[in-house]
Design a protein around this ligand. Structure first.
Ligand SMILES: [Zn+2]
Length: 289
């Protein structure tokens, strides 16, 4: 018994950046604005959060913005209008607080995904790939030049649970209905997340690619992602195909990590069905023009 009961998509901010970060070889002068995703998954006994958004303090304080985000000159970090702590506000709208989160899964430790870890304590396990944590903790300032801010995650009070997906590249269940699958390339230990509703809640679910494929075109055209660390972008196509196949085989909806059209579209589709699986919705329908 048990498993996933509901899924809420949270939009924790925005990034203005060259689309070439998302698609390898794209015209570097083409600038786009992409949503920063969080996913709140209701399970027996509480909620599991997938990714945490920005560390808002590093955006609101001009000196800290310059110190951290100033190094990534061509990516602008943007909080939702008038909102100080997007993660807490999103939880609050649902009548929840960070105490209702029983576990966190981080796809990777980039600042737009790990910046909200500050809201969690030792009682809340944080699932991350071992390789990702090793890279993130490795010699300063290499990772920071690649968008990892140690201030977000190098904290002894955080309870990281390391998933070892390097050898087998296999799927690992973290809680019933939620499993992670290594999709290394964007970062050394990136993982995507599979969320399957309990049969008692209607079944089916999602494959959240996160940054294994930011945009619809990464999947429809099987175009390599642009931003990688120590990895030939062309190698990321293998994971794109793998996630597509997995979603197809299990009847799950594939969700790109930062798509400016699909993310809001799926958010409203979920809203309209009380955050259950939108029966009849398919990846093809979601991806349609
Ligand atoms: Zn990233």
């Amino acid at each position: 018994m048990g498993g996933v009961k509901a899924v809420h998509l949270l939009t924790l901010g925005w990034e203005r950046l060259p689309k070439a970060w998302s698609i390898d070889g794209w015209d570097p002068s083409d600038i786009t604005v992409e949503p920063v995703p969080g996913v709140l998954v209701e399970v027996d006994g509480g909620f599991v959060l997938l990714d945490t958004g920005f560390n808002s303090a590093l955006i609101k304080d001009p000196a800290l913005y310059k110190r951290f985000h100033g190094n990534n000159e061509n990516i602008a970090a943007i909080l939702p209008d008038g909102i100080d702590e997007p993660l807490l506000e999103s939880l609050d709208i649902l009548g929840l607080s960070s105490d209702d989160v029983i576990a966190v899964v981080v796809s990777h430790l980039h600042n737009d995904h790990a910046g909200g870890l500050k809201h969690f304590t030792a009682g809340q396990p944080i699932y991350v790939q071992q390789l990702e944590l090793e890279y993130g903790m490795s010699e300063h300032p290499g990772p920071e030049r690649n968008g990892f801010f140690q201030i977000d995650y190098n904290d002894p009070s955080l309870n990281f649970v390391k998933v070892n997906g390097h050898e087998s590249e296999s799927e690992v269940s973290v809680v019933p209905g939620i499993s992670v699958i290594p999709t290394f390339g964007h970062t050394p230990g990136h993982q995507s997340v599979i969320v399957e509703f309990a049969e008692s809640s209607g079944g089916a679910g999602f494959v959240f690619a996160f940054d294994a494929g930011d945009l619809r075109e990464n999947f429809t055209n099987e175009w390599a992602i642009g931003g990688t660390i120590d990895c030939d972008p062309a190698l990321t196509i293998r994971h794109i195909r793998r996630l597509k196949a997995l979603a197809r085989e299990r009847g799950l909806i594939l969700v790109p990590g930062h798509d400016p059209v699909l993310w809001p579209r799926l958010t409203s589709a979920l809203d309209s069905v009380a955050n259950h699986f939108p029966v009849g919705l398919t990846t093809d329908a979601l991806f349609s023009d």
